[in-house]
Each structure stands twice: as structure tokens, then as C-alpha cells.
Design a protein around this ligand. Structure first.
Ligand SMILES: Cc1ncc(COP(=O)(O)O)c(C=O)c1O
Length: 396
């Protein structure tokens, strides 16, 4: 175990672990705050973080926020949709994506995903466009969504397209940064992301009016003059958070390179094993691999591998639990999502973080290999089914 490293209880290899700069570098940033006495209200550090991110991503406007969750709420609000609009959204996403729609008084319409990329299926989107007010798509684990098709469909329908790019700081599509597509893209800087400020988020957009609305909305609805122009909230990124964000952001390419080294090694090892696939990333794109997702041939095998890894102290996650299977969204379930349900029954995200050692990665691979090689007497179909609350059980 590394010095000073306390893994989550019961695990010797966590699924993720934030990279932190040398403490002295953070203290130097704090010095600036102690001098300016600006703790929040978009002081010099938040502004610097916004400027640097804007330059890195190539977006015209970049607005920081207190979290990715709040940034999503602000972005949906700023779209200014008619009340109770129907919004197409994948169920295979973090629940913030869906909450942002509901908190703004709109109705999520769940759409299935592509079985290989795990991103929302643009063909399914095209079949459900009628009467829809907006599309919200997630770049799942940093893998760029089917951007060109979605941009085309949104333009054809004349509706806004928002990307939940929470995992995508550093992702590329056709050589351009995620953050420059659709009506707006929303990033998270929370602790599990390769670029982190502890808590934080950002909206990137090329639309000046949308940017202006978010500027007001994230500061209670007014901008320093105490006159509310919109019903806003407190979505400010504090200077203490921006200080950390600046230090992790400036080395984003190094952070990603360290992850890619592990991804290549994982892929090489796992490619030789039967019945396993990994999330497909288009050759035109770059994913941040915020998570490394492995798909097994069936849920029974996934459960077996998951148990073997847990027995040896390796933390994994079945990520994402589809939103349409959660009680909070029961009212919006209008049918099964077979690909989403199948993916969830077979998926396992395995450890990937910058400071993962080669030995730890090798151990994860060999545990998976051994678990797969163990003979199995009876294979139960029931294990491939997931409970979908509010609708019948679907076999995956
Ligand atoms: C896809 C997705 N969207 C939104 C969020 C919310 O971001 P935050 O944790 O910064 O509020 C997350 C969090 O990890 C996420 O995974």
C-alpha cells in the first residue's frame, strides 16, 4: 500500500482515487486568496479557471458552477423551454442528468442506448422526436456520444441539444474538444473526475444569450446589483475549490496519458479472454475513460467476477444503475429499455486511476482471468434479470 493511502473500508485497490498536487502548490494558491480576501463571487481564481478552460476546450463561453449537478440544472433552466416539456434522455446515466430535467419542471422521456458505445442510441432518438422540447445526451464515461447524428437530429427538429459532459473534460470528437458541441455542454469537477476541484462544475457554450442567462442564474438571479432578473440559485464556485481546479486542470493531458497507459494494458489483457468486451470508442474520438467499463457475456459471469474481485479486496462498480429502474422516476417509465437493462446486468467498472500501479492492474486482470476459467455447473437465467420498479421484470 502507498504511504498515506487509506483505501475504502474493506478494499485494498479502490475503483478510483483522486490525484492531488503537492500540498505546497495548493498552499501557494491559497496565499493568493489570503491576499485578495476574495473567497467566492467569481474572484481571480475562478475567473482564471474559466479562462484557462475556455482556451483549452475552445468554447466561446465558459461558466463555472458549484457542481456538475447544479451546472446541469442551470443549463436546462437557461434553455427556457415551455413548461412541462418532454425531454429525451438516456436512462443509462447518472441521475443528475434526469434530476436537472425534473427540477426544472420538465418530463424525462427515457431512450435506450447503443450496446457497444453505451451512449444514447441516436436511431432511438430519431424515432421519438415528435412533440419533444429538447435532447439531453451523456458522454458516458467520457466516450463522446454520437455527436454528429444528434446535432443533425436536434437541428432537424429545431430543438436544443444539451450534453452531459460530466466525464468528458479532455474528450475529443474529430479532433475537437467535447465542450464545443450542441447548444451547451456541462462538466463536473467532482472528486472522481480526472480534473477536479473537489466539488465543481462548468457549462461551456457558444451561445451568448444562454451564457448570459446562466451568468445571472448561478448568482441568485442577479449580478452584484441585487436586482433579480431570473429565479436563480447559488451556484457559485468558491475560490478554495477553484484553487484546486487550477492545479489539476493544468496537467489534464498528463492525467489522461497516465489513464490511457492503463487502458491499453487492460484492453490487451482482456482481449484474450472469452466472453468479454469493453466499451467501444470510435476511432475518430478520444474518451477520458473516467471509468473503465467491462461487459461480460451474461450477468451470471459478471456476478462471479465481481465476487472474486471483492474477495481479493478490489473495489468495482455496476455503473450506471439505469434511472428508469429507480423509484424516483417510476412515473416516467413508458416501457422497457432492453439494451440498457442488458448492459446494466453485465457491466462492471474496474479500478482505473492515475496512481494505479502496474502490479495492481495485473492483479485485477489475473483475478478476472481466474474467475472466468473456473468451471460452472449451472447457469441461472434469473441472474440476468433486473428489477425494474414500476414495470414488469425484464429478462436481459
Ligand atoms: C454523468 C454525470 N452527470 C452529472 C454528474 C453530477 O456531477 P457533480 O457530482 O459534480 O454534481 C455526475 C457525477 O458524477 C455524472 O456522473
Amino acid at each position: 500500500m502507498r504511504p498515506g493511502h487509506t483505501p475504502p473500508a474493506g478494499y485494498s485497490i479502490p475503483i478510483t482515487r483522486p490525484w492531488l498536487p503537492p500540498l505546497g502548490e495548493y498552499v501557494q494558491q491559497l496565499d493568493r486568496i489570503w491576499s485578495s480576501r476574495m473567497l467566492s463571487n467569481f474572484g481571480p481564481l475562478a475567473v482564471e479557471l474559466e479562462n484557462q478552460s475556455r482556451a483549452y476546450l475552445g468554447a466561446r463561453y465558459l461558466l463555472s458552477a458549484s457542481s456538475g449537478d447544479v451546472a446541469l440544472m442551470l443549463a436546462v433552466r437557461a434553455l427556457d423551454l415551455p413548461p412541462a416539456s418532454r425531454v429525451l434522455v438516456p436512462s443509462f446515466t447518472f441521475n443528475s442528468t434526469v434530476n436537472a430535467i425534473l427540477w426544472n419542471g420538465h418530463r424525462p422521456v427515457f431512450v435506450d442506448i447503443d450496446p457497444e458505445t453505451l451512449n444514447v442510441d441516436s436511431r432511438a432518438i430519431s424515432r421519438r422526436l415528435e412533440g419533444v422540447g429538447a435532447i439531453v445526451a451523456t458522454h458516458v464515461f467520457g466516450n463522446p456520444a454520437d455527436i454528429d447524428a444528434l446535432v443533425g437530429l436536434a437541428a432537424q427538429a429545431g430543438i436544443p441539444l444539451l450534453f452531459d459532459a460530466a466525464h468528458g473534460y479532455g474528450s475529443l470528437h474529430d479532433g475537437k474538444h467535447v465542450g464545443t458541441f450542441g447548444t451547451a455542454e456541462v462538466f463536473s469537477l467532482s472528486a472522481t473526475k480526472p480534473v477536479t476541484s473537489g466539488e465543481g462544475g462548468m457549462v461551456a457554450t457558444n451561445d451568448p444569450e444562454l451564457a448570459e442567462r446562466i451568468r445571472y442564474l448561478r448568482a441568485y438571479g442577479f449580478q452584484n446589483d441585487y436586482v433579480s432578473r431570473f429565479v436563480g440559485l447559488n451556484g457559485k464556485l468558491s475560490e478554495l475549490h477553484a484553487a484546486l481546479g487550477l492545479l489539476t486542470m493544468k496537467r489534464v493531458e498528463d492525467a489522461l496519458a497516465a489513464r490511457f497507459r492503463h487502458v491499453v494494458a487492460y484492453r490487451d489483457w482482456l482481449a484474450a479472454l472469452p466472453g468479454i468486451s469493453v466499451q467501444r470508442v470510435s476511432s475518430a474520438d478520444r474518451s477520458t475513460y473516467k471509468d473503465f467499463a467491462v461487459l461480460f457475456q451474461d450477468g451470471f459471469t459478471r456476478d462471479r467476477v465481481e465476487a472474486s474481485l471483492a474477495d481479493r479486496g478490489v473495489q468495482t462498480k455496476r455503473y450506471f444503475r439505469p434511472c428508469h429502474t429507480m423509484p424516483a422516476y417510476r412515473a416516467f417509465v413508458d416501457g422497457p429499455l432492453p439494451v440498457t437493462e442488458s448492459a446494466y446486468s453485465r457491466i462492471l467498472c474496474i479500478p482505473l486511476f492515475e496512481e494505479l500501479t502496474d502490479a495492481e492492474r495485473g492483479l485485477v486482470c489475473s483475478i478476472i482471468e481466474k474467475a472466468l476459467a473456473r468451471p460452472v455447473a449451472v447457469r441461472s437465467r434469473r441472474r440476468d434479470a433486473i428489477a425494474v420498479e414500476g414495470c414488469p421484470q425484464h429478462a436481459a
